[in-house]
Design a protein around this ligand. Structure first.
Ligand code: HMG
Ligand code: MG
Length: 299
């Protein structure tokens, strides 16, 4: 049985733009987020409070947070890797932060320069401060299906990290197929294992990159397990600087087209997202990779 409604978490302004060769102009990022804010999306990941030496594309995090028009009913979470990032995010007015770790030691090292255990040591003070500050903490676990350094993942490697993020206090944990290599059968095995361990599917989200064109199939598999939160990126922007070969996230337009076709309520206006995607595609000087956007724009 599929969920009756799904919350789409838009990650284009963060996951999408963090991997661009050129740093996108701050004003264009702000305009992109403002356009997305008018589409009915309830969650729009705005930026990342990570080191600008590591990811210069997100170096204007403070200015982005100060520049966007925050709509009532829309949350603008930001990525934070440590307390320093958390404090900067809070000072910039973030009401939700997204901590991130990985299912493999090698990816964790390459991405955030620490072991999985150390990443949780860094998260502990974030949870303490966030509880006092009334800031919600979401978690992301990367490379849940495949790792660029360690290959295909066994569910048994992933389940403990997801459980740990939930138990540490994340209100929701996003399962990241960072490399975009997983197939529906593999996703099914992971979800089966998470289910067998009794993990709460109402607190899980799916985050698929679409490198191999498998994202929608993997998302449909997740929906069948009752997952009702899907991360996606307008125009299919994205990739991770520490995940060579990974393409963008599944396009929000394609996800909406599928969800609406399934009769699942999202509250998001597909045409509005297509417009925002067309805007950013023009800024980047290349066409959107969303199949639904392309088809609907040429109809
Ligand atoms: P480090 O070098 O180990 O950190 O980096 P450090 O604590 O030793 O500090 C080194 C320097 O960085 C110091 O500055 C700190 O002040 C500064 P210096 O003294 O050299 O001038 N620093 C910071 N500056 C700004 N903001 C901060 C911060 N922390 C330290 N928060 C660190 C560790 C985590 C900072 C680094 O590895 C980093 O920034 N990594 C970025 C990782 C990243 O953004 N990856 C992409 C996003 S994750 C993703 O895309 C996956 C996801 O989409 C899900 C999926 O697809 O699976 C979420
Ligand atoms: Mg990602």
């Amino acid at each position: 049985r599929l969920p009756a409604s799904v919350r789409v978490v838009e990650v284009g302004a963060r996951d999408g733009l963090q991997n661009e060769k050129t740093v996108v102009d701050t004003a264009k990022k702000i305009e992109f987020i403002n356009r997305l804010s008018g589409t009915g999306l309830r969650t729009i990941e705005a930026t990342a409070f990570v080191s600008p030496k590591w990811v210069p594309q997100m170096g204007d995090h403070k200015e982005v947070m100060a520049g966007i028009d925050r709509r009532q009913g829309v949350t603008y979470p930001v990525l934070v890797p440590n307390l320093k990032g958390y404090e900067a995010a809070r000072a910039a007015g973030a009401t939700e932060v997204n901590i991130f770790t990985a299912a493999t030691e090698s990816f964790c090292q390459k991405n955030i320069n620490c072991s999985i255990d150390e990443s949780f040591d860094r998260f502990r003070p974030i949870f303490e401060h966030a509880a006092a500050d009334g800031i919600r903490v979401r978690g992301s676990c990367s490379v849940v299906l495949g790792c660029p350094y360690e290959g295909a993942m066994e569910p048994s490697q992933v389940v403990p990290v997801v459980r740990r993020l939930l138990e540490a206090g994340c209100y929701e944990v996003s399962l990241g197929d960072t490399l975009g290599v997983g197939t529906a059968g593999h996703a099914d095995r992971l979800l089966q294992a998470l289910s067998a361990e009794g993990l709460p599917f109402e607190r899980l989200a799916m985050h698929c990159h679409d490198t191999y064109g498998q994202a929608l199939a993997n998302i449909l598999t997740a929906l069948q397990y009752g997952i009702a939160v899907i991360d996606s990126s307008t125009a299919g922007l994205g990739g991770c600087p520490y995940c060579k070969g990974a393409l963008g996230n599944v396009a929000t337009e394609d996800v909406l087209y599928m969800l609406h076709g399934l009769g699942i309520h999202t509250g998001v206006d597909l045409d509005g997202v297509i417009d925002a995607g067309a805007f950013m595609s023009e800024v980047l000087g290349r066409p959107s990779v969303s199949r639904a956007a392309k088809a609907l724009l040429t109809k």
